[in-house]
Design a protein around this ligand. Structure first.
Ligand code: HEM
Length: 404
């Protein structure tokens, strides 16, 4: 059974790779005639590669957890997501309000349809899937909020919605909300397949769910109200504790499953270093420590977050889902190589260094993106190989008998 989202995810990884190469060559002054849009650099990874893959695998994962037959592809969701994405990719670079509104609305519809589909699949209190479905649906609700704010960013909605720091609210809703919760749900659903036991008791998983959901809310309300510490600080503490708790449980299970001898296991765990890095420096920004490059961090840290955390997490799970859902393997292995592991973390470190070593900023940023390209190449090759052989097998099955 073909999963069209996983192929689109590969397409956006390849486009993301080209845009990262452009960012590297431009920063190193080796390619002056084309400087790509920063929006594309981030959203080919987040809205393109990651969102496509999540929309494609979540219904199949929930069905697998519940022992249900694989649901048919919902072409209404696939079409609204992909038509919306294409319209947005045209509208954002030229800042065309009508196109941005249309693209954002279509993606909003796709995310709503997926949330409803997953909620209807949750099952009763005895099914293991109901806990992970909560993470997925709460994550999608934060995505809906992120879409409204992102769509409204250049349509003047922030004023009427009384949002003080809209870009930060958008980033927090999408990363502390949408992706953090959905990634947590994935770990709850996938890790038991490797370690042969649930990640933790229902009570622990439930507590992590509420700590992360309420934490994300505090991290959204804070910048919405212009940096209200009464919301940001408890939000940060709740979300950070839930993330570290989840990470600890996952590390124990990944080690028990013998996956710490493989790059994929390290990709999953090390990726979280890059969502924790901004948290560790946040108090210094909030306290306005003199000489500390708060503005530089706010301008550049989102890119290290998306490439170091989102991209790296996907390096392990995307080839895994392709092997499982496209190639139909029973015990698919995680994606990644020692090269991708080294390159993506060196790249993220260099992007962070470029924030502090401002004189070498262009060189460090150029090298950082160069390492991201180096990290993406083996993953793109791995995913290309898996999809090519899976599609070939599908073509053989579908091929008409000789003479037909
Ligand atoms: C319909 C969906 C979306 C729209 C219309 C949208 C729109 C935007 C806009 C207009 C910006 C500001 C760009 C700037 O000022 O330079 C932005 C920034 C950003 N968005 Fe989105 N976005 C969407 C979805 C997402 C998703 C799903 C994520 C992550 C999961 C995301 C993550 C980010 C990040 C990290 C930034 C900051 C980029 C930077 O500063 O380098 N966005 N988005």
């Amino acid at each position: 059974m073909l999963n069209p989202y996983l192929l689109m995810s590969l397409l956006y990884l390849l486009v993301g790779l080209l845009v990262a190469a452009d960012a590297s060559l431009t920063s190193l002054n080796l390619l002056t005639w084309f400087s790509g849009l920063r929006w594309l650099r981030v959203h080919f990874i987040t809205l393109g590669m990651a969102t496509e893959a999540l929309f494609g695998v979540l219904p199949w994962l929930v069905a697998a957890r519940r022992g249900l037959p694989r649901p048919k592809t919902r072409w209404d969701i696939w079409l609204t997501l992909n038509v919306g994405l294409v319209i947005l990719l045209v509208g954002i670079p030229i800042i065309n309000g009508a196109l941005i509104f249309t693209g954002g609305t279509l993606i909003f519809v796709a995310a709503t349809l997926l949330a409803v589909q997953l909620w209807q699949m949750r099952g009763d209190s005895s099914t293991p899937a109901r806990l992970s479905v909560r993470f997925y649906v709460m994550g999608l609700l934060y995505l809906l909020l992120g879409i409204i704010i992102g769509t409204g960013l250049w349509l003047g909605w922030s004023g009427p919605l009384r949002i003080q720091i809209p870009v930060e609210v958008h980033i927090h809703a999408n990363n502390w909300g949408f992706l953090s919760l959905v990634f947590a749900g994935l770990l709850v659903d996938v890790v038991p397949r490797w370690s042969r036991r649930e990640l933790a008791s229902d009570r622990v998983i439930n507590t992590i769910f509420w700590m992360m959901s309420v934490g994300a809310l505090g991290l959204v309300i804070g910048p919405w109200l212009g940096g209200a510490l009464w919301a940001t600080v408890p939000g940060l503490v709740l979300h950070l504790s839930a993330t570290i708790w989840l990470l600890g449980l996952s590390a124990v299970s990944i080690r028990r499953a013998g996956l710490l001898g493989k790059p994929g296991g390290w990709h999953l765990l090390l990726s979280y270093a890059w969502i924790l890095a901004p948290v560790l420096v946040a108090p210094l920004i909030l306290l306005g420590v003199p000489g500390f490059p708060g503005a530089g961090i706010e301008a550049t840290a989102p890119q290290a977050l998306i490439y170091g955390w989102v991209l790296q997490f996907a390096f392990a799970l995307l080839p895994y889902f392709m092997r499982r859902f496209l190639a139909g393997e029973d015990s698919p292995r995680l994606g990644g190589s020692w090269l991708s592991l080294l390159a993506v973390n060196v790249g993220s470190g260099l992007i962070w260094a470029s924030i502090f070593l401002t004189e070498q900023q262009a060189m460090l940023s150029g090298l950082g993106y160069g390492f991201f390209v180096l990290a993406m190449l083996p993953i793109a090759w791995e995913m290309g190989q898996i999809s090519r052989s899976a599609l070939h097998r599908l073509e053989l099955v579908a091929a008409p008998a000789a003479g037909d």
